[in-house]
Write a protein that binds this ligand. Sequence first.
Ligand code: NAD
Length: 292
Amino acid sequence: MTILDGKKISNDIKDEITEVVAQMKANGEKTPHLAAVIVGEDGASLTYVGSKVRACARVGFESTLVQLPETITQQQLLAKIDELNNDPEIDGFIVQLPLPKHIDTQKVLLAVDPKKDVDGFHPENFGKLALDMETFIPATPYGIMELLRRYDINTSGKHTVVIGRSHIVGRPISILMSRKGQPGDSTVTLTHSRTNDLASFTKNADIVISALGVPNFLTADMVKQGAVIIDVGITRVPDNAVTKGYVITGDVDYQAVSEKASFITPVPGGVGPMTIAMLLQNTLLARQRSVH
Ligand code: NAD
């Protein structure tokens, strides 16, 4: 069994980006600049945004954190997005989700200029992904593809079962794994909360990608010997034994499943760090595409 070390691979990717940025600086070119918009004070969202901004400094990018109050109106938020769309200093930006209930998330995501949409959530970019066109691949599925690629895991003709059909992970990774190429060329089954007898699918899967957010959902009896297991789930499970008061738990019963798996991602240290690395990669692409 091989552990898919997302921490190591994400550091490799960050090192590669750092080199490109150093070269840009040496050539007197503008360096990539990512902005992150956060609305409200949600603890998990603040942690994620903080890591994204710190990662920018690590690779030599400029970054701007736009912190807005929970009470902001939709119109004010849209005006801020318009400002970022038109700011030549900003190469790409993200709007951290979830947004407060009084704001229409779809309207906000539609307002982002697709050329600066480094999260790849705009329908124009999502459509391009489905049509094999140049786009921004959403960071989490992009990170999964990169892990599979860098560990040279053969996905061609394999049966990939995805659990969860979210717009940011399950749906796009199911499309990517079915596209032509390596990684890809898989036969994909997309399962979700309405799937009957989900275990009958996972038991026959060569690759399982789990993105539902239910701790320890995927148990050893649900996977076949030698399967590749990708655990996207991140759930804070209360635990008074640790100072933080919670532990981060994945969707996979790691101990038992790792005994059957050929490759497996740990949580934390698997898909999570890859997501941030690929956001940086998309920001670099946004910068490079804006000059060519
Ligand atoms: P979501 O929370 O929007 O949706 C969950 C999906 O799981 C739905 O499509 C639903 O149909 C499915 N589902 C729920 N219960 C199910 C069940 N019992 N059986 C089968 N399917 C079921 O999904 P999301 O935003 O993709 O998040 C999923 C998990 O991945 C969460 O834990 C989230 O925190 C995590 N996540 C991690 C990263 C990362 O960087 N590693 C990025 C995004 C999300």
